[in-house]
Design a protein around this ligand. Structure first.
Ligand code: HEC
Ligand code: CU
Length: 330
């Protein structure tokens, strides 16, 4: 009976292992997490198969013949069996706990040359701040997309301005809640170049499904070039930079023909910005709660653009929106 169970278990485990269920593993942590995941999955599949196989066999083998209305024979337990089915799970569960603990400790190991990136979340946007990179005006570089160099360990310091969110890049595997009032952490060492989604994986309100950004993993040289470009943008502002900012930060919620964006969470800016002036646009960006566009809700548009963007960036954004909508009795 047990042999049948074991055979089914092995067959199912083979199926489980050879179908690519998981996203690519693009960080050192991903390999560690995946090992734990597969070891636990295989143990579960085998245990399930043994139990289900034995049960199914017993149901068939010991079924009552038609018309048999007798009671079953009285059974008083079996000490040997009971010891075995207590001992095996105890050993398995303890083993899994120790193995997971070691994996967790390994994945959070921080080499001395790690980089810190602050992840700030709010309904419904991510802001990534690089505390050791300074831009115009002495403020730290911050960005709506996460850009990191490859092969460098990053310690993410995660906070929330409102409800609980959760920071997750599936290809990196590490996932950490963002909770108002405390700073949580996670560690990732990206090992693959490319662009990956940043997802909020804690239901956080109306715009939860749109609370996405992207993580770009660049070579060290490209990363430095990106940093220089960000510094230049922060210094110069201007309508061209405004367009880029708009596409990156605002397009997921707003439709604007000139930028080719089609978001529908907020008002269609091609329509609502007709004939409004630059001051109104500036106020709408830095203080979206001051006036709520009819038919829309307060608290959906992020309220921190005033802190996130430099003055030249804000000016550039407004200038761009005025031009793009041909509104603006400047
Ligand atoms: C998460 C979705 C979201 C994002 C991201 C977002 N907005 Fe909004 N926006 C809204 C919503 C919803 C409203 C309507 C409620 C209000 O007026 O606050 C709005 C209102 C506005 C208005 C005022 C429209 C009017 O007629 O009152 C402007 C201008 C605007 N957004 C520009 C921007 C810009 C520029 C950005 C990027 C820096 C941006 N928004 C990012 C959702 C968003
Ligand atoms: Cu969220």
């Amino acid at each position: 009976m047990t042999l049948v169970g074991v055979a089914v278990g092995v067959a199912l485990a083979v199926v489980a292992v050879f179908i690519p269920w998981l996203p690519d593993a693009a960080s050192e942590q991903a390999d560690i997490v995946d090992s734990v995941y597969w070891v636990v999955t295989i143990i579960c599949v085998v245990v399930f198969a043994v139990v289900a196989g034995v049960s199914a066999y017993a149901v068939y083998k010991f079924r009552a013949p038609p018309g048999d209305m007798d009671d079953g024979s009285p059974i008083h337990g079996h000490t040997g069996l009971e010891i075995v089915w207590t001992l095996i799970p105890t050993i398995l569960v303890t083993g899994i706990a120790v193995y997971s603990g070691v994996a967790l400790a390994q994945s959070e190991e921080l080499p001395p040359d790690h980089r810190i990136i602050e992840v700030s979340s709010q309904q419904f946007a991510w802001t990534f701040t690089y505390p050791d990179i300074e831009v115009e005006g002495g403020r730290p570089l911050s960005s709506g997309e996460l850009v990191v160099p490859i092969d460098q360990t990053i310690r993410f310091e995660i906070t929330s301005k409102d409800v609980i969110h959760s920071f997750w890049v599936p290809e990196w595997r590490m996932k950490q809640d963002a909770v108002q009032g405390i700073t949580t952490h996670t560690t990732v060492k990206p090992t693959e170049l490319g662009t990956f989604p940043v997802i909020c994986t804690e239901l956080c309100g109306l715009g939860h499904a749109l609370m996405r950004s992207r993580a770009r993993v660049l070579s060290e040289a490209d990363f430095q070039a990106w940093v220089e470009e960000q510094k230049r943008l922060a210094r110069e502002g201007g309508a061209i930079q405004g367009k880029e900012l708009f596409t990156q930060q605002c397009g997921s919620c707003h439709t604007l023909a000139d930028a080719g964006t089609t978001g529908e969470v907020g008002p269609n800016l091609d329509e609502v910005l007709q004939g409004v002036d630059a001051d109104f646009i500036m106020e709408s960006i830095v203080d979206p709660s001051a006036e709520i566009a009819p038919g829309f809700q307060d608290g959906v548009m992020p309220g921190n653009y005033g802190e996130m963007f430099t003055e030249p960036q804000l000016q550039g954004l407004v200038e761009y929106l005025v031009n793009a909508t041909e509104g603006g009795a400047q």
